[in-house]
Design a protein around this ligand. Structure first.
Ligand code: FES
Length: 107
């Protein structure tokens, strides 16, 4: 896992997120759909692999299952894997706080 410090603007955006609220974050050319769950912050690539909808316009439940706003396909924001039986797998991102700085991690 490679960790990268996020900007103060991104840190502020994530700190203001409500539980299960979805938001769009851009980092290093990647557009990421992020949310806050009881066990932390999580993110997935923001573009749905089915037909290109933007996940941050969808919804997220307490378990971190994100529903695509266009056709309703479901993805686990913690793993990037399909949560409804299709074979899609998308990039996913982790976050951590150290020394009051927020980092994004991905492989
Ligand atoms: S575009 Fe996401 S399910 Fe179709």
């Amino acid at each position: 896992m490679q960790w990268h410090e996020l900007s103060d603007d991104s840190k502020q955006l994530l700190e203001q997120l409500k539980m299960q609220q979805l938001a769009k974050l851009t980092f290093d050319g990647k557009v990421i759909c992020v949310t806050k769950l009881e066990d932390g912050l999580f993110g997935i690539h923001n573009t749905c692999p089915h037909a290109g909808a933007q996940f941050h316009h969808g919804h997220c439940n307490k378990k971190g299952i994100v529903g695509c706003p266009l056709h309703g396909y479901k993805f686990d924001i913690k793993t990037g894997r399909s949560a409804d039986g299709n074979n899609y797998k998308i990039a996913h991102y982790h976050f951590k706080i150290e020394d009051d700085k927020l980092y994004i991690g991905f492989k």
